[in-house]
Design a protein around this ligand. Structure first.
Ligand SMILES: [Mg+2]
Length: 215
């Protein structure tokens, strides 16, 4: 019996992928590292620091620890500025209806995200009150693909992992959920179709009762 639903944020509940891309693109251009949406795919689901490391690897560049930290802060500044105007219309298709319904039916909802801005985005999109537990990038020692974020989310809900479902759109998140022993539903990103337990195009497509019958 599934009692807890744990959602990744970016690409599952809300789409701020373009905002991340635009910010990283600006930095890549300044560092003269070729960077397109194709390369950006590799950054999805990674923490901010791991994203910068991946970007530097792409350009075969190394920089000082200090410059690394400065760029991380700069990237976040650009990103935060760009998401200032985010609102409920930025939620992905079917999300609001799905979480409202599950909340009413007493399922416990959590967010497990690498984003350090998860609380801010949940407030802006006015869905924060649906979640019993929000674990963001500031609250874990090891980012995805380590399972810590999802393990902490299930503990926050007070549920065993076997009673939780994880919704993810990124490879690193699917690996994290699997390593943690969770059922994982892939959302939207066709690249993870074969690595998750079940795949949907968006939250509006998901029928929890039929999924429960199938496991
Ligand atoms: Mg994601």
């Amino acid at each position: 019996m599934i009692k807890g639903l744990i959602f990744d944020l970016d690409g599952v509940l809300v789409s701020t992928e373009t905002n991340h891309y635009v910010a990283w693109k600006l930095i890549a251009d300044e560092l003269k590292i070729p960077f397109t949406e194709k390369e950006n795919e590799k950054l999805k689901g990674l923490s901010r620091a791991d994203s910068l490391s991946a970007l530097l690897d792409l350009g075969k560049r190394s920089i000082s620890h200090l410059k690394f930290k400065t760029i991380l802060d700069y990237k976040n500044k650009i990103y935060l500025k760009s998401i200032e105007k985010i609102n409920q219309s930025n939620l992905l298709p079917g999300v609001l209806e799905f979480i409202k319904e599950k909340h009413e039916k007493n399922h416990l909802l959590a967010v497990g995200s690498s984003s350090r801005n998860a609380h801010f985005i949940l407030k802006k999109t006015k869905i924060d009150h649906f979640f019993t537990c929000v674990i963001d990038g500031n609250m874990v020692k090891k980012p995805k693909p380590d399972p810590e974020v999802f393990i902490n989310a299930s503990s926050g809900l007070g549920l065993p992992r076997s009673e939780c479902l994880v919704f993810e759109d990124a490879e690193s998140g699917v690996i994290a959920a699997k390593k943690g022993g969770f059922h994982v539903i892939g959302v939207g990103n066709l690249k993870i179709k074969d690595s998750c337990d079940y795949f949907i195009k968006n939250m509006g497509e998901f029928d929890l009762s039929s999924y429960e019958e199938s496991i």
